[in-house]
Structure formats: structure tokens, C-alpha cells
Ligand binder design. Structure first.
Ligand SMILES: Cc1ncc(COP(=O)(O)O)c(C=O)c1O
Length: 365
């Protein structure tokens, strides 16, 4: 067996030890004689898997007791709608007309477009003029104190731009699409009203969406909307109102347990910081590669880089693949390369990429 270094932005690499454990348990989970995939979600065995996954995530992220953790389907894209559906009336029972959005990339653009179906969207920031290569300074942000909530995307996966701060929105609930940054470092959950994330980067396989929501924001969904879009229905049923994505939830649980075993978020954060810093340094030290993102907001998870001569792009990708460095092609809207270096990317993978980049530069510059 040979495993490559997979730099995919998502679905992304999973830790090999997690996959090995899943493999070992595939046919017979813990003496049950069946695969987790074959279990009833209401049976004792599965309930114990589900509860442990939630408890481990709570411990890993230090999630306060007044937050619910929901294990849903529909991807982060469903949350683009569920957030307005659930939050427009959540502050005081009166439906608010508008919500504040920070538009800083392709994913927040989609969140804005979806929210416009439900409310007025007030753009507190819009960095489209910079091709989304920067984020606003905190001092430039003026929030509407009457907004239902403020939504932002702490890490924009496509351009690789990441907020170096958490916006202070006062009494207005802060909502974050953390799809590509959750579990990359310690964050203070109590600063947020809602955190949501598609699982397929730092959490586990696609098909699972994690929503961490403060309890007072639950129970205010628009009653005209489908039950499946109501946070309260899911919270009241421990995310088992319908059949949850059982196998993805189980695998996410293995990832959370591994995070704790590695020493928790501070240990994970230290490695992620080092990985990102060495890759950006290799890019900055060369005149052959460059990164278009404002230095103050470079992503730790998604590192795009362009070659001075784009005619060499396909040779770079081909030769990288021949060296076991896969999925480095940049997003079609940006071009160039993108190395996504989520938690499951070992430091040796980043070292191997840097060594390859230097070698390629020597032969082609
Ligand atoms: C930041 C961000 N938000 C939202 C999404 C969409 O997630 P999903 O495909 O789970 O709906 C992605 C997908 O890559 C993403 O990176």
C-alpha cells in the first residue's frame, strides 16, 4: 500500500490511523458482529458512538454547556439558508428585517445570495475589488445594532484568506461558516451565536454538517419552513429526528478522539502554525512562486500559490503527482496551485511539497 500526500481542499485527506481503525472495525464493531454502517441509529451501540463523538468534540473545542451541538446533513450550503430561517426572530421574538454580512470570498458570496431570499442583507464589508485577497481591518467595521445577526466566513477556502481576529459584534449574534478552519486551532466558542461547518475538511467524510448553536437562539424558526430546517427539531431529538449520517458521524468521532489523544487544540494549533509558516516562507523566499493574499490574513489551511510562468502549471502538477503530491491544482476561478494543509496533512507532506517546489524551480527557472 502506498498513501500519497493529498492536498485536496475537500473532501480532503483523513488521518491514516483513523482510516486504519475504521478498517479494523469495518465488519465487526466492538464485538457487535456488524459494521457501524449497518446499525440502527436508535440502538444502544450506535447511541454510545454518537454520544462519545459529541462529548469528545465538546472537550476538544471547550464548548460551553449553553450550546447545542447538532450533527446534520445538507452541507454548509444548507446552513446558508438555515441561519436566516432560524435567526431572524431569535433576538427578541420580533422578526428583524436585515442581517449584516461580511463579503470576503466565494463562500460568503453564496451565503449572501441565499440570505437574500429571506431578508435584507447589509454588507458591512465587501472585498471583491481586491479579488478577495484581503479582509477589512477590524476598525473599519460598523455593524447595525438592530441586525438579526452578523455572518462571516473566517476562512475562505478558495483564495486562502483568513480573518486574523474575531469581529466584536456586541449584542448581535455572530455566525461563522467555519467549514475550512474548524479544529485548526483553539477558538473561544462563547464569542459566537452559531458556528457551522461541512465535515469534509478537518472533521471527517462528506455528508455530515456540524452546527454549534447557543441555546437562546434555538426555537425561533419560521414555522412556514420545513421541519428539517428547524434547529429546535434537531436539538430536541439529539440530531436523530431523522436518520443521521451515521457512518460520517462515527468517523468524525474517531477524528475527535484522535485530536484529544494528540494533546488537544493547542497541540494541533502548534503543528498547523508551523506547517503554514514554512510553506509561506518557501513561497516568499522564491521569485518563482508567489502568493497573492495580503500577508496579514493568509490562511493556515489553504495556501494558494502561482508560478511566475503559468505555461509551467501543467508540468508542475504532473511532476508533483509523479512524486506522490496530489490535488494541487488551484480552484478554477483562481488558477495556479492550492495546497490545502488541513490537520490530516502530516508535516512531512508539507516538507515534501517544499522540497519538490525547490527542485522544480531549480530545473525550470
Ligand atoms: C468555507 C466554505 N463554506 C461552505 C462550503 C460548502 O460546503 P458544502 O459543500 O458542505 O455545502 C465550503 C466547501 O468547500 C467551504 O469551503
Amino acid at each position: 500500500m502506498s498513501r500519497v500526500f493529498n492536498f485536496s481542499a475537500g473532501p480532503a485527506a483523513l488521518p491514516t490511523d483513523v482510516l486504519e481503525q475504521a478498517q479494523a472495525e469495518m465488519l465487526d464493531w466492538n464485538g457487535s458482529g456488524m459494521s457501524v454502517m449497518e446499525m440502527s441509529h436508535r440502538g444502544k451501540d450506535y447511541m454510545s458512538i454518537a454520544a462519545k463523538a459529541e462529548a469528545d468534540l465538546r472537550q476538544l473545542m471547550s464548548i460551553p454547556d449553553n450550546y447545542k451541538v447538532l450533527f446534520l446533513q445538507g452541507g454548509a450550503s444548507s446552513q446558508f439558508a438555515m441561519v436566516p430561517i432560524n435567526l431572524l426572530k431569535a433576538r427578541d421574538g420580533q422578526k428583524r428585517k436585515s442581517a449584516d454580512y461580511l463579503l470576503t470570498g466565494q463562500w460568503s458570496k453564496k451565503a449572501v445570495a441565499e440570505a437574500k431570499r429571506y431578508c435584507e442583507v447589509n454588507l458591512v464589508a465587501d472585498t471583491s475589488d481586491s479579488n478577495f485577497t484581503t479582509v477589512p481591518d477590524e476598525a473599519e467595521l460598523t455593524f447595525n445594532p438592530d441586525a438579526a445577526y452578523v455572518h462571516y466566513t473566517p476562512n475562505e477556502t478558495i483564495v486562502g484568506v483568513e480573518f486574523p481576529y474575531i469581529p466584536d459584534t456586541g449584542d448581535v449574534p455572530l455566525v461563522a461558516d467555519m467549514s475550512s478552519t474548524i479544529l485548526s486551532r483553539h477558538i473561544d466558542v462563547s464569542k459566537f451565536g452559531v458556528i457551522y461547518a461541512g465535515a469534509q475538511k478537518n472533521i471527517g467524510p462528506a455528508g455530515l454538517t456540524i452546527v454549534i448553536v447557543r441555546e437562546d437562539l434555538i426555537g425561533h424558526a419560521d414555522p412556514a419552513m420545513p421541519a428539517m430546517f428547524d434547529y429546535k427539531i434537531h436539538a430536541d431529538n439529539d440530531s436523530m429526528y431523522n436518520t443521521p449520517p451515521t457512518y460520517s458521524w462515527y468517523l468524525a468521532g474517531l477524528v475527535f478522539a484522535r485530536g484529544l489523544k494528540l494533546g488537544g487544540m493547542s497541540a494541533v494549533e502548534e503543528v498547523n502554525k508551523r506547517k503554514a509558516e514554512k510553506l509561506y516562507k518557501a513561497i516568499d523566499d522564491s521569485s518563482f512562486y508567489s502568493n497573492p493574499v495580503d500577508v496579514k490574513c493568509r490562511s493556515w489551511m489553504n495556501v494558494p500559490f502561482i508560478l511566475a510562468n503559468s505555461d509551467l502549471d501543467s508540468a508542475f502538477i504532473e511532476q508533483a503527482a509523479a512524486n506522490g503530491l496530489m490535488t494541487l491544482k488551484g480552484h478554477r476561478s483562481v488558477g495556479g496551485m492550492r495546497a490545502s494543509i488541513y490537520n490530516a496533512m502530516p508535516e512531512e507532506g508539507v516538507d515534501a511539497l517544499i522540497a519538490f517546489m525547490q527542485d522544480f524551480e531549480r530545473t525550470n527557472a
